[in-house]
Design a protein around this ligand. Structure first.
Ligand code: PMP
Length: 405
């Protein structure tokens, strides 16, 4: 289905050994490895173009500006944005959510008594900024419960929605369990009561095609490092009509039109929200990463990752005391616990065999509390993982279980 031998040649790090064993990297939901194409784009920027952007008249400054703005066009087209200026560069998902939370407070959009609706599946970065916003404004945080199968309780969602709901902030794919949330339907329901909608696409972006126009949300955030680009770059997409009505958050260079000591007028989108020198190389790398995954095709990538996750589940299912978390039509994530085994012990011993998985709460402590656990072991698959990786992972888990029992 997928020539992972060939794909792996794009990822030099996958060649290395860890603890004397070939690296089997299954911590992709924490961050993905980077292909040469992305690293080449970063290197090319520093070797041939490095200069600050937007203000310089010299050739390097103009080339750097053009490459940076071309990256914005590539990203806008990947997201199917109606306009390029709807793409705001951030340092990542966390930064994008904090930006939205702060401008909603500054603008008075969220006020005392308003309700902000999130879900039990959220990453801390889609919980804490809203808690902080509630403390600041007197708004109230409401949480959509999660069912035992790791999906959201849609009946409860419908009862929680009301004209008091000012904002729905929802993850598209759970980084802890892999649950895919029906964001389109939930967005439509939230829009019907007049709420704003923010979609956390950090875990969706590496696996699912995004079309912000059919999604119907007002904001969408993602992180570059989870889609094969570098750390420190991310995107906040916002509907132009909504962003235009919101004030800037950070002040400084770039976000201004005119400054006097008496008053400042602000720049237009997207610059209004991009104070200071941005991560120029990161934006270029992110565009290269989207080019890379689009060449392979997201539908094929997703199908392959689900195939691998299915194989992993097959390989684990006979282990005594295995508990799988999340629905099994997952998105390339296998999150599990084994009775009597601590996930840290399991993760540490897997590492001794070169298998990198994530153990712990996955920055989703309230979700772990809902299931009465402190964490899970999570194998998360990416486009370069092979069936051989799955076999090595399954064999290593079986070996560890035998050792520890
Ligand atoms: N939301 C989700 C669903 C995530 O998976 C992550 C990263 N694990 C984040 C938010 C936070 O992303 P970042 O740390 O890149 O800001």
């Amino acid at each position: 289905m997928f020539d992972t031998d060939l794909i792996k040649t794009d990822f030099p790090i996958l060649d290395r050994k860890v603890n004397g064993c070939p690296l089997v990297y299954l911590d992709n939901a924490a961050t993905t490895q980077k292909p040469r194409q992305v690293m080449d784009a970063s290197r090319h920027y520093y070797e041939a173009l490095n200069s600050n952007i937007h203000r310089g008249t010299h050739s390097l400054a103009r080339s750097a500006t053009a490459t940076f703005e071309k990256a914005r066009i590539t990203i806008a087209s990947h997201l199917r944005a109606a306009a390029t200026e709807e793409v705001i560069f951030t340092s990542g998902t966390t930064d994008g959510i904090n930006l939205v939370a702060n401008v909603l407070a500054l603008s008075g959009t969220i006020q005392a008594g308003d309700e902000i609706l999130i879900s039990t599946l959220e990453h801390h970065s889609n919980i804490v900024p809203w808690q902080m916003l509630c403390q600041r404004t007197g708004a109230v945080l409401k949480v959509i419960p999660c069912l035992d199968d790791g999906t959201l309780d849609q009946a409860a969602f419908k009862t929680l929605l009301s004209p008091r709901t000012n904002l729905l902030a929802l993850t598209w794919v759970s980084n802890a369990f892999g649950t895919i949330i029906p964001v389109r339907e939930m967005t439509a329901a939230a829009k019907a009561v007049g709420a704003l909608v923010l979609i956390d696409a950090a875990q969706a972006a590496p696996h699912l095609p995004i079309d912000v126009q059919t999604l119907g949300a007002d904001f969408l955030v993602l992180s570059g490092h989870k889609v094969y680009a570098t750390t420190g770059i991310g995107v906040l997409w916002g509907k132009a009509s909504v962003l235009n009505g919101l004030p800037p958050w950070r002040g400084g260079g770039e976000m201004i039109k005119d400054v006097t000591f008496a008053r400042t007028t602000y720049n237009e989108l997207p610059f209004k929200f991009e104070a200071g020198t941005p991560n120029i190389e990161g934006a270029i790398a992110l565009a290269a990463a989207f080019d890379y995954i689009n060449e392979l095709g997201l539908a094929r990538i997703h199908e392959w990752e689900c195939h691998l996750a299915g194989l992993a589940v097959q390989g684990l299912k006979d282990i005594d005391g295995l508990r799988l978390y999340g629905p099994q039509d997952h998105s390339g994530i296998v999150s599990f616990g084994i009775e009597g085994l601590h996930h840290y012990d399991l993760g540490t011993l897997l590492d001794q065999m070169g298998v990198a998985v994530r153990t712990g709460h996955h920055c989703c402590q309230p979700l772990m509390a809902r299931f009465g656990i402190t964490g899970t072991t999570r194998a998360s698959f990416a486009l370069y993982n092979s069936e051989t990786d799955v076999e090595a992972f399954v064999a290593a888990v079986h070996k560890t279980v035998t050792m520890l029992r």
